[in-house]
Design a binder for this molecule. Structure first.
Ligand code: XMP
Ligand code: MG
Length: 189
């Protein structure tokens, strides 16, 4: 998409440009590759499983994994907690992993953290399956969360507004925008 073409009827402004996103993804992939490759015995066992959280993180996961240079596998989980733009506070697993994760290194890839409930829920259920480790990689974080688990790799801090693009949606639309942009309040109010 030509980044100069911004649908003003939908978007207030672009918060993170396509170029900035791509630059940050490259940096994160490099950090991740370096950090795991220095783990003792990493190249023999255990393995690294990257888990993308559907649907919002599908583009981020695809971009990130293509730049990670160490051996890894990819799977997806689907979680649900939100209506259009408001949280119900209750997180559900809509689609689970295919395989057990015992003794695997897990890297969770999430699109965005708001309250932190989704990532905390996920961390708790996966911890119960005895992986070798769990790390988290999050594209964007809003300011007011009380999340107790660490974000090991963070793309960007963003203001407390509803954002769309780069996988993020409103009513399942606008995921294809190559940038992250603030949605017009008129769209959802
Ligand atoms: P919590 O509150 O559990 O929320 O940290 C995280 C989940 O909520 C969704 N979310 C958004 N999705 N634009 C979106 O498209 C947003 O601005 C936004 N804020 C939260 C997202 O699915 C994330 O997994
Ligand atoms: Mg999500």
């Amino acid at each position: 998409m030509n980044p100069d073409i911004i649908p003003r009827s939908v978007v207030v402004k672009v918060l993170i440009s396509e170029e900035n996103i791509q630059r940050r993804v490259t940096e994160l992939a490099l950090q991740i590759s370096n950090n795991y490759s220095v783990l003792d015995g990493f190249f023999t066992s255990p393995r690294l499983l990257i888990i993308g959280i559907l649907r919002g993180a599908f583009i981020f996961t695809a971009d990130l994994t293509r730049q990670i240079t160490i051996p890894h596998e990819v799977d997806f989980m689907a979680l649900s907690s939100y209506g259009s733009t408001t949280t119900s506070g209750e997180v559900r697993t809509v689609m689970d992993l295919r395989e057990p994760i015992e003794n695997l290194h897990i890297l969770l890839v999430e699109d965005i953290i708001d309250t932190g409930k989704t990532l905390s829920y996920l961390h708790r259920i996966l911890q119960g399956r005895n992986p070798a480790s769990i790390k988290t990689c999050v594209m964007a974080k809003k300011p007011h969360n009380s999340i107790s688990i660490p974000i090991d790799y963070l793309g960007f801090e963003i203001p407390d507004v509803w954002v769309v693009g780069y996988g993020l949606d409103y009513n399942n639309c606008y995921r294809n925008f190559p940038y992250i942009a603030e949605l017009r309040a008129e769209i959802y109010s």
